[in-house]
Design a protein. Structure first.
Length: 329
């Protein structure tokens, strides 16, 4: 099989996952070229780009036939990749004694809406709300999970959200979390306020994992046993009750609440405002953590470093910085 020099490296990586036992030489060759094309600068994801950028020796329609009618088990590839990711994360966590972060979010692959006369519209598309554009857009929405430990981060799982299936995005996220077994490390699951639900939090807590998440300001807290929303409680927080936390050149006022929330008997909520903005409900950002054992100031700094002023951990927010969480005292 004729290959470019770097094609051999891709082929060796796929072989190390044991895929040669399940895939024919033809399937392996197609996978090599698809991966090469996707990793090449300027690739838009079209079959034409994959074909041209990977210097595929056969006609472009060969790739189309392979993806639509090829006889190969794509789940086998996903399982092999996930096993490899878990093995590397377990090794890193053991070597560095660093916590493991599971990051869950969704993203939209926007498409051009077809006209009513279109004979072959793209399958599975629907209207989804884009937080980036602040409106509904046409395309595919995908729920994904990444795993990070120390200096390494890996994509782990993804699933297309289909409104007609009756399976919610939270249910898809729960399935991803439940697929992980035998994790004895310190694990923190991160997601935005749209995923901060009772069922997803309970799924994490059942596994002995902590949750760090954005929290909507209308969530109910019980300070001193009094039922009120986070934004109502924030009205009683004075500047003198906060401490300053500087993150990436920005300074924030942070107030730490620990106590009960609806459906959560005890957790920490951080109330955060930028120092150049008034401490009003409009500028308030709240963040939840079920880990209440970490030292107060360091804990606040970590949450601000990872989440403050970022309501979404979206695929577009590539510059999110993660800091190691010190061992609970």
């Amino acid at each position: 099989m004729d290959r470019l020099a770097h094609h051999q490296e891709i082929y060796n990586t796929l072989s190390s996952l044991g895929l040669k036992l399940y895939y024919s030489k033809s399937v392996m060759n197609h996978l090599v070229h698809i991966i090469d094309g996707m990793l090449t600068k300027g690739c838009s994801g079209t079959l034409t780009d994959l074909h041209q950028l990977s210097y595929h020796p056969k006609h472009r329609t060969t790739l189309s036939h392979f993806l639509h009618k090829g006889v190969w088990d794509e789940n086998r590839l996903l399982q092999a990749a996930q096993q490899s990711v878990c093995k590397q994360i377990h090794r890193l966590a053991k070597q560095t004694n660093e916590p493991v972060f599971l990051m869950i979010d969704d993203t939209i692959c926007q498409k051009t809406k077809p006209s009513l006369q279109a004979k072959s519209p793209i399958e599975g598309c629907d209207h989804h709300f884009s937080h980036t554009e602040g409106k509904f857009v046409w395309g595919h929405q995908v729920v994904w999970m990444m795993i990070r430990c120390a200096h390494r981060a890996f994509p782990y799982a993804f699933a297309r959200y289909d409104k007609t299936s009756g399976i919610s995005k939270i249910a898809l996220a729960r399935q991803m979390i439940q697929s992980l077994h035998g994790w004895n490390h310190r694990v923190y699951v991160l997601f935005d306020s749209w995923y901060t639900s009772k069922s997803l939090i309970e799924t994490c807590l059942t596994k002995g994992w902590y949750v760090i998440a954005a929290l909507k300001t209308n969530r109910i807290l019980y300070p001193q046993g009094i039922r009120q929303s986070a934004k109502e409680f924030a009205r009683y927080i004075d500047v003198s009750d906060t401490h300053l936390v500087t993150v990436g050149g920005e300074t924030y006022r942070v107030y730490r609440y620990e106590g009960a929330l609806n459906d959560i008997p005890n957790a920490v909520v951080l109330f955060c405002w930028k120092t150049d903005q008034p401490m009003t409900s409009e500028h308030l950002r709240c963040f939840l953590s079920t880990d209440t054992k970490t030292e107060r100031l360091g804990y606040s700094w970590i949450l601000c470093e990872t989440l403050v002023d970022r309501k979404l951990l979206s695929a577009n927010e590539r510059n999110i910085r993660f800091r190691s969480i010190s061992n609970p005292t």
